[in-house]
Design a protein around this ligand. Structure first.
Ligand code: ADE
Length: 230
């Protein structure tokens, strides 16, 4: 898979790319590239944004700047590209990221992530240059970079070879193995800590009963979450 991130802060991703599971994925064939939106701007003085039509606070990232950066990088018309490839604009107004969308994105050969800043993108970026607009949650971040990292992280850990143990991804929260429920609780040594023990069943060595207990814990968490969300 190839992931290209268009951002005003490409250096932020150096830290991310240096994390063990990302390095594993890179060694297994992932290509991760960060493109500086400011470096590709056709405007003078490195300008990338402008004041909003109609007035109001903040600055808006210009559609011509994003288009020039995409066109320069891919060597094709950016509107045409968004019709044939996943080009994701990060915005709190978008479709909320969940495990289903992560699975969908992890199956793509290539992802392009567009990080907004300030008041976000000119709406024509969403409408013409992106195939998807995605939010990582109903709150506002200072820009799309952490949202893009969230998507990269969630996608990359699903790629073969990223995690040391493939079972980690198979039976985790929201996976189909757990029928979309949150993961069951985990415990490790010490078996007794300040008078707080661990569930006896986990020490029993009876793997069939342990599996059944874990599945039930997971379901109970799913029910509690549904109750909270009502
Ligand atoms: N940019 C600012 N806030 C965001 C969010 N919640 N999701 C995606 N991109 C964002």
């Amino acid at each position: 898979m190839r992931i290209d991130v268009f951002t005003l802060f490409p250096a932020w991703f150096n830290w991310f790319a240096d994390q063990r599971h990302v390095r594993n994925a890179l060694e297994a064939g992932l290509e991760l590239d960060c493109i500086d939106l400011r470096a590709g701007t056709p405007l003078s003085g490195g300008q990338v944004d402008d004041t909003p039509y109609g007035g109001g606070a903040g600055m808006v990232l210009r559609v011509d700047v994003v288009a020039a950066s995409l066109g320069g990088h891919y060597g094709e018309d950016p509107i045409a590209r968004a019709r044939t490839s996943r080009v994701i604009a990060l915005s709190p107004t978008g479709r909320q990221l969940d495990d289903e969308l992560v699975d969908e994105l992890a199956a793509e050969p290539a992802l392009t992530l567009l990080c907004g800043r300030y008041e976000g993108f000119d709406e024509r970026v969403h409408e013409r240059l992106a195939s998807d607009v995605v939010s990582v949650g109903p709150y506002v971040l200072s820009g799309g970079e952490l949202a893009a990292m969230t998507i990269c992280d969630a996608v990359v850990r699903k790629l073969p070879g990223a995690l040391g143990d493939e079972r980690s991804a198979a039976e985790e929260s929201f996976s189909s193995a757990l029928e979309g429920d949150p993961e069951y609780p985990h415990y490790t040594r010490p078996a007794e800590w300040r008078g707080h023990g661990v569930p006896e069943i986990l020490l029993s060595g009876d793997h069939a009963r342990i599996d059944a207990w874990r599945r039930e814990q997971s379901r109970a968490r799913g029910r509690a979450r549904a109750e909270r969300d009502r």
